[in-house]
Design a protein around this ligand. Structure first.
Ligand SMILES: [Mn+2]
Length: 494
């Protein structure tokens, strides 16, 4: 028989039978029945009708009895409805797989409801600020801290510095002795962030540590002390170290405990959530185990109870300085809300900070579009190093120590150069190499569109994000370029 006709007929039979069962067969045993399909034999003399039973008390054997009893009626009605001279002989076959299929459909629908089938990008778009919940152990550790050092990564960008300053200010508002650390030669713009004048510069850190040892160290915008360059040795002396970061964890060494949440567009986003929680106060004692001594007299007990009065923290308000520092990180790590980490909750946070009175235009101008003269001269030199590979899809540039010396610029001035290269039409990958020592280069990798440069950075022990990553590579400049270009050119699209 013509397969088209067969197909049409099986559908017609299924449809008519399903309707007849629903509307005209009153047998309660048939009430549980769902028809799943019809299979006709070669000459259409026999139709196997597959059914399943669903519902409480459903019994396939009972339902089959009911269907058999209704068969004559169904056969006659079918013949009449379809206007056929001879109708195929109906044979009912129980099919358990239909039940499984239905269960599966239910399960799939449930997963879909939970967003399981959304792409990563769709999931990020659906995320709300309050989906980013600081872990309780982090908040407890911060509340228990008395002398705290808040430490950004080496060569801090506005996200690292803004996060450190805002958290330091919040801890001070809680009465903690909090110090924010930084490094010599800060990038232009950072020094204007509120509170920056009080930072403890890394070369003073060893002495400061000896004078008053911090009980807690909080790393921000990085999650291991090897990202703190000259501070690493000093920080290693403190046992309680925490990290708040939005970079993917990579490499062999474990991150410090704390909060590492790569869905956040900036570390400042996470710090905003942390400060919001801390600001609620904590009037329950955290760890002050004041015990009533056994057998204590009644009077003694009363005074012990008094001593056990909560020593937690009073609520405080997020200040304009904190908000300004947080906004600096947010606006920078999103490239002024242009990068693909910008999602609805990014604007929600920007809105809240702006509503608190942050001068958003000033912060953007201060941290996004400002160069020192030496920095611009360095930029001229660096842009002159453009090398094109893979038919213009890969762009490589570098900053040598000689260029820095000759222009009087600093590595901090190179911040943002990589974005100029990324903006060139037709460029998919950018490699920016900065000479940081003898045959030692810091590589910044970027991809525009699809691709994952974090994978490449991870091979050299580095890390970062899918679209922006970095690593330190030993070797001769030309060899490093060859290696990186080969790996990037081999990266599949999509
Ligand atoms: Mn960051």
């Amino acid at each position: 028989m013509d397969p088209y006709r067969t197909n049409k007929m099986t559908h017609a039979i299924l449809e008519v039978l399903s309707e007849l069962l629903q509307a005209h067969v009153k047998d309660p045993r048939v009430g549980f029945v769902t028809l799943g399909g019809v299979k006709l034999n070669r000459d259409h003399s026999v139709a196997e009708v597959y059914f399943s039973v669903m519902g409480e008390g459903a019994d396939p054997a009972q339902s089959l009895e009911g269907l058999k009893k209704a068969r004559g009626f169904l056969q006659a009605k079918l013949s009449k409805t379809l206007g056929m001279r001879t109708t195929p002989d109906l044979r009912f076959v129980y099919d358990e797989s239909l039940v499984r299929g239905e269960l599966l459909d239910g399960l799939l629908a449930e997963l879909k409801g939970k967003g399981e089938f959304l792409t990563e990008a769709e999931k990020r778009r659906q995320l709300c600020l309050d989906d980013l919940v600081p872990p309780a152990h982090l908040l407890t550790a911060l509340r228990l801290a008395r002398v705290v050092w808040v430490v950004p990564h080496h060569n801090p960008d506005p996200d690292a510095m803004g996060a450190a300053l805002a958290l330091g200010q919040a801890l001070q508002a809680m009465g903690r002795q909090a110090r924010v650390l930084s490094y010599p030669d800060p990038a232009v713009g950072l020094t204007d962030l509120p509170g920056h004048s009080q930072v403890l510069v890394s070369d003073k850190a060893p002495d400061a540590f000896t004078a008053e040892e911090p009980d807690t160290i909080v790393l921000v915008d990085c999650h291991r002390i090897d990202r703190t360059g000259p501070l690493e040795e000093t920080l290693a002396r403190c046992e309680t170290r925490l990290a708040i970061d939005h970079h993917l964890v990579s490499g062999r060494r474990a991150p410090e405990p704390g909060w590492i949440e790569a869905r956040a567009c900036s570390t400042c986003t996470l710090i905003y959530q942390v400060i919001s929680e801390l600001a609620k106060g904590d009037l329950e004692p955290v760890d002050e185990d004041v015990e009533v001594e056994e057998g204590a007299e009644e009077g003694a007990e009363a005074s012990a109870v008094e001593a056990a009065e909560p020593e937690g923290d009073a609520p405080f308000d997020m200040t304009l300085d904190m908000a300004t520092n947080l906004y600096a990180g947010l606006v920078n790590d999103t490239g002024g809300f242009r990068f693909d980490n910008t999602v609805p909750f990014t604007f929600e946070l920007a809105r809240r900070l702006s509503a608190m009175g942050v001068d958003t235009a000033k912060v953007a101008a201060m941290t996004l579009h400002r160069y020192r003269r030496a920095g611009i001269e360095l930029m001229q030199r660096v842009l002159a190093t453009f090398q094109w590979y893979d038919q213009g899809r890969i762009l490589v540039l570098h900053a040598s120590r000689a260029m820095i010396e000759e222009t009087g610029g600093s590595m901090a001035d190179t911040e943002g150069f990589v974005n100029i290269a990324t903006a060139v039409d037709g460029v998919r990958f950018v490699v920016f190499l900065k000479e940081i020592g003898d045959d030692t280069w810091r590589a910044s990798l970027r991809v525009r569109g699809d691709g994952d440069v974090q994978q490449v950075a991870a091979r050299y022990g580095g890390g970062g994000h899918r679209a922006a990553a970095g690593c330190t590579i030993q070797g001769v400049h030309a060899d490093i370029v060859d290696d990186l270009v080969a790996q990037l050119a081999a990266m599949p699209r999509g």
